[in-house]
Ligand binder design. Structure first.
Ligand code: COA
Length: 326
């Protein structure tokens, strides 16, 4: 008997409060024009002070449930991708499990920064096809506003809060997962990090405890130099070419960066689905948010071949090539 993993539902949630580019003009030396030109970002969402990653993760799952009327009572694993957990422990996934009252579900968080959601999907595929689980919730959720230094104009304009969720289920006859790839360039990790308050692995961390610190140029260069190779490797694994792709969903960090990756890879720019314009860089949530927007706009159709590539802090990456099954 075959054992496949199939995506059966997707949902999202973003906080109500909008912070647009003009709001930053009052905080740091910047302009709407600079931000739009350099990043493509127009606005982002910000959680309330007492609204945490587990809260928005839960709401993304409720959205998925309401839209697709799926039964979640027998979910047996929750994988929450995040770098902004409410606490070091318990995990965000455990809070989600409690909020959903899923007594028989396992719960783990994974931290692969902006590659977290694609890592999570590949883990769900592995858990299901190996026979360990039958129904897995994969969530990408961040409250980056809580670790953003609003005095640093080079980073504060980039980040936002949001959550996206997929349900992945066992199937005997249909798979969503075609091919995947993953890797990390840990020696370049210092280009993007967030220290704990008491830790200072990198020298500058002492000056920026608890905030995201980024060498924007360094990350940009690494992504444009490496993501095209990741795209090719993933497609080759399944004997597909870029022409076969219906949609490309890269991590939504910067519109110019995505355009460069598309041009270098020979993928038409209008095949790239993005969430950054209205939500900014939401790390592990950018990919499910981009897909959620595309589903709402009737862009993605059942049977479409879609390549998801998450990349960022680590510097880690994970890709997954899927056939859209909704
Ligand atoms: N408004 C106005 N000017 C700004 C600014 C802002 N918000 N942020 C930086 N600048 C200035 C810099 O101080 C610098 O000024 P200088 O030339 O007088 O020194 C100038 O703009 C250029 O800075 P630089 O950092 O080289 O700009 P950039 O074109 O690389 O754009 C990023 C900066 C952050 C938008 C860009 O590097 C980026 O998006 N990188 C990728 C980030 C990313 O993807 N991160 C997440 C990966 S998961």
């Amino acid at each position: 008997m075959n054992s496949f993993a199939k995506i059966t539902a997707q949902g999202s949630y973003v906080p109500e409060q909008i912070m647009d580019n003009h709001d930053f003009e009052n905080i740091v030396d910047t302009s709407d024009e600079w931000i739009q030109q350099r990043t493509g970002i127009v606005e982002r969402r910000i959680t309330k002070e007492d609204e945490y990653t587990s809260d928005i993760s839960y709401k993304a799952v409720l959205d998925l449930q309401e839209k697709y009327q799926v039964d979640l009572s027998d979910v047996d694993m929750i994988v929450n991708a995040t770098l902004t957990a409410d606490y070091k422990t318990p995990s965000v996934a455990s809070y989600v499990q409690a909020k959903l009252e899923l007594e028989n579900a396992g719960a783990i968080d994974i931290n692969a920064a902006c590659a977290g959601f694609t890592y999570g999907l590949n883990i769900a595929n592995g858990l299901i096809t190996s026979g360990q689980n039958k129904k897995v919730l994969v969530i990408g959720a961040e409250t980056l506003s809580k670790i953003t230094d609003y005095k640093d104009r080079g980073t504060c304009i980039l980040f936002g809060d949001g959550a996206g969720a997929f349900l992945v289920e066992y199937s005997e006859d249909e798979t969503s997962f075609v091919a995947s790839d993953a890797g990390s360039d840990g020696k370049k990790g210092h280009n993007l990090y967030c220290s704990e308050l008491s830790e200072a692995m990198f020298d500058e961390a002492l000056e920026n405890p608890g905030f995201i610190v980024q060498n924007g140029r360094g990350v940009y260069k690494w992504a444009v130099g490496n993501v095209p190779r990741i795209i090719e490797q993933t497609l080759n694994k399944a004997n597909y070419t870029k022409e076969d792709l219906d949609w490309f969903v890269p991590h939504s960090a910067n519109a110019r960066m995505i355009e460069s990756i598309c041009d270098k890879s020979g993928i038409a720019r209008d095949k790239a689905l993005k969430s950054l314009e209205y939500y900014g860089n939401t790390s592990s949530a950018t990919i499910p948010l981009a897909i959620d927007l595309a589903v709402k706009e009737n862009k993605i159709k059942k049977g479409d071949l879609v390549l998801l590539v998450g990349f960022g802090g680590g510097l880690a990456y994970a890709s997954t090539l899927i056939k859209w099954t909704l």
